[in-house]
Structures are given as structure tokens and as C-alpha cells.
Design a protein. Sequence first.
Length: 335
Amino acid sequence: MSELNNIVLKILNIGKGILAADESTATMTKRLETVKVQSTAENRLLFRETLFSASGMTECIGGVILYDETIKQITSKKNKIPELISTMGSVPGIKVDTGAKVLASSPNEKITEGLDGLRERLKDYYKLGAKFTKWRGVYNISKEHPSKLSIQSNAHALARYSALVQECNMVPIVEPEVLMDGEHSAKECYEKTSEIIKKCFEELILHKVDLKGVILKPNMILAGNKCKNKISNEEVAKLTLKCLKDSVPTEVPGIAFLSGGQSEIEATENLNLINKYNDTNFIMSYSFGRALQQSALKFWSKNIKNIEGTQKVFNHRAKMNTLAAKGKWSKELEN
């Protein structure tokens, strides 16, 4: 087994998932402002350190995706953030793209940037303790979108990024996210997601990326948030599995879903059903941001010094998702 494959299996070890704490300073500021907490570097660190030192980390979280600011911060106990994460038995990771910008020739679509100087940045992050990375491509669905140009450009960027990451002995998370925004049906989401994932793997293979050392972070198959015809959770799970079985090469060891605007319970319930019906060899887990942190953030904002109470809320959410990653969650356990 390759070293990269070992890292994947450590991150997605039986039921463990990924905490996506890689919000940019601008995004984190928005999140904190919605709960009326001032967004200072100290407050951003305090919230994240509260989560990273919770007992739920050891039991449930196999990897944490950090942001450039966070990976360089020092905790209240004077150790580095990646050291704290490693002490909790989790693997530190880092978001390395520099964000989605308007795609030239297709003004309503985005291309993710950040390849310039990436090789050097990866070496620095590796020295700081990162063992895996994340790059997100975003696609929207409408009558004209996603265009062939958007699908091809983002797949190419994801493959070039992945090759550079593996060259630096880290595991790339490949995240092609089809956004929930829009009126599209679940069927359209299924068709577009399938096309996008297939193109991503075509490019990864072309760039000689070792698929055994990759984690795919896809969206679940959902109807758009403005679509009148929603599908049941069972249908979400079955369509999502069908899409991945048809699109993902069997060498890929693990798939960690993004929550993509679903509520905490919804994301957990869908993940649970996916695992109940999972008849593949893929590990099916989670890489959630808001769906792991939202309740904890709301609780914390009432008194940012209440570390223990905040950790209790976070531990519960992490535990629920880890049960879902084993197909053992039920609504009754939420209370």
C-alpha cells in the first residue's frame, strides 16, 4: 500500500470524517457577523481551537481542512494548530486554491484559480504539517450551464493541482461541487454531476495521478433549492450511489461528501441512507463545514468563554455524522 493510500485510510478510518474548517477570513467574518461576534484573528482562532480540542475529534474526525491563516496560528497552550490536530489523532490538511473567479468567455460561470506558485506553497504547507489538501471547483446548473468549457477547464485545473500535491507527498481532495442553487430537478443534477465527475477522472488519469491516493469530495444528488419537485431522502441516497458507481474508478478508496447548503439533520440523514444502501467498496463519509459547526457556532456566540458547552454541541454533531458514516444513525438519537 502506498504512503498516500495510508493517509487516506487514516483520514477516513471506520466512520471518521473530515471537518472542513477552511473558511476564508471573508467567509468566517460573515459567519461570525450572523451570530453577532466580532471577527478578529483571536476570535476566529478561539472558535476553531475550541472545536479542535473537543473529545469528539479523537472519536469522529479523521482530518481537518485548514485555511492559510489558521495553519500558522499558535494555540492558547502555545502549540501550533497542526500539532494540536495531530495530538487529537486527526490529520491536518489545507485548502490551497485561491477561490473561484469569473470564467473568461463564460461570464456566468466560475473557474478556480491558484495554480501559479502552487508547487512552492505546497512545500511550505508540508513543512507546517499538512498531509492533505483541498481544491474546489464550482458549477451551476441552468439551461445553458454547466458549459463544456466550464467542465473541461475545472477538471483540468483539479488534475494539475492533484498531480502537484502528490508530487509533494500529500493527498489531494478533489472537490467538484455542483451547486444546489437553482430550479433544476434531481435528474438534471444527476446527469450534470455524472458528466463532471467522469471528466475529472479522465483528466486525473491523463495527469498520471495515483487514484489510490485521492479523496473525492462530491455533492449529493439533490434537486435545486428553487425546484418545486423535491425527491425523498431515499431517492437522494439511491441516485447519489448510482451516480458514483457509474462515474468513479474503483481504485479511489474514499468519498467524503460536502453538505452543500443542506441543514445539519438533512446532511446526516442522507449520509446515513447512502451508507445503508452502499454496495460498493468505496468508503462513504463526510467532509462537512456548516453541517458540523453551525449549532456549535450558535451556542458559542452566546458566551465565547463557554468552551465546554460548545464542545458538547460539536461532539454531538460529530458523533451523529460518524454514526451516519456507518449507516447506524437514527432520528431518535438526535435527542
